[in-house]
Design a protein around this ligand. Sequence first.
Ligand code: ZN
Length: 447
Amino acid sequence: MGKACIGQQPVTMTDTANPLDAWTAGKLGLAGPTFRRADLHDHQLAALRASVAWAQQHSPFYRRHLAGIDANELRRIADLQRLPFTTTDDLRRHDPPLLAVSQSAISHVVSLETSGTSGPPKRLYFTPEEQAATRDFFAHGMRLPARPGDRVAILFPGARPGSVGDLLAAALEDLGATPILAGWPADPAATAALLRRERPDVVAGAPVATLAVARHSAAGGQAPLAVRSVLLSADHVAGSLRRSLAELWGCEIFEHYGMTEMGLGGGVDCAAHAGYHLREHELLVEIVDPASGAPVLPGQPGEVVFTTLQRRGLPLLRYRTGDLSRLLPGTCACGSPLARLARLSGRLGAGVDLGDGRRLTIADLDEALFALPGIIDFTATFQSGPPPALHLAVSYLAGRGSPTAIRAALADSPALPSGLPLTLTLSSAGRLHGRSGKRTILEAARP
Ligand SMILES: [Zn+2]
């Protein structure tokens, strides 16, 4: 009897196969173009045990946090549920330290301030190997929107070594593309002019910043830029923003999900655009009930929790992200065995309390406002009542902003109660308000 078991052989992939499959197979020590879930689970379980043991031995925080846990007693992935969660507060407090290597082994530190929160920022620490692993994920994940030979404009900050723009530029060189590191488009008109000169095939950027550049690139009746595909990351993507961008550039839009805590890279959608294919050999993703912490049934929504499987600098075991999503059932149309995370449905506790039992989020405002063709950016400040009031500072393309249109778009939004007092400040400078990262509704103190 031959050893081959035909029934378990992976389906032969066509040239539309997901490039992350062969990459993941290679990381599992397999030669094939893809892998089986059983192979991945074996790897994840072994890596989980090693991560738990490493954290207990080397991280002062996890030595205490995981007291009484025996890594060798983890016999299946589901045994992960015996581990307590790690929270944002644990990370922010950093006492005892989570760090599991000496400071001299760290090559990159990121401090994350959280708006509306006082106290120390979250600090994430990465070793050179972990930075290289992220670059490697980018180099393979970017094969979904980009191809060798492409020119790829990067609209993320990239001046600092190890920053997202810097890693992405290096990754694009790895895959044989030419990076054009435009950096954060603080002046989107200038970045639009740069893109007009450089003629990129692909653009990667944060959603609002990328739409701002696209709108400036088409302002004043200029011929539209021909961009084949766009990769959006770093913040939620409103449907209205996605539609506007696709129409302006005639591009296919890919989305990436990740956060600094994940080592920047988490998952990316394929040409089927049916969920983010996860970086599963390095991240174990669970969905839990936010209230009870218990795992939800397969396919049900809840809070995204992840465990790093390879990180030795600052491992995170069962880290609660606060993001709400679900793992999609079934196999993707691309045939990949990689699990898929659905587009986020929101964030825990996000938004402001309207006082009538409803909450208003920045995503609600994005949906309403980016449907208007002249909007570049806005900030929203909410004052709780009674009565509550909302103030919007809106940046728009010269000649394309109208308070009447903005008020009408908000009046049509099902998320805003009619009669909510609204004040507007308009600027025709067409600039971005914020730096890169997640946007939010600010809360003003009551006078
Ligand atoms: Zn797919």
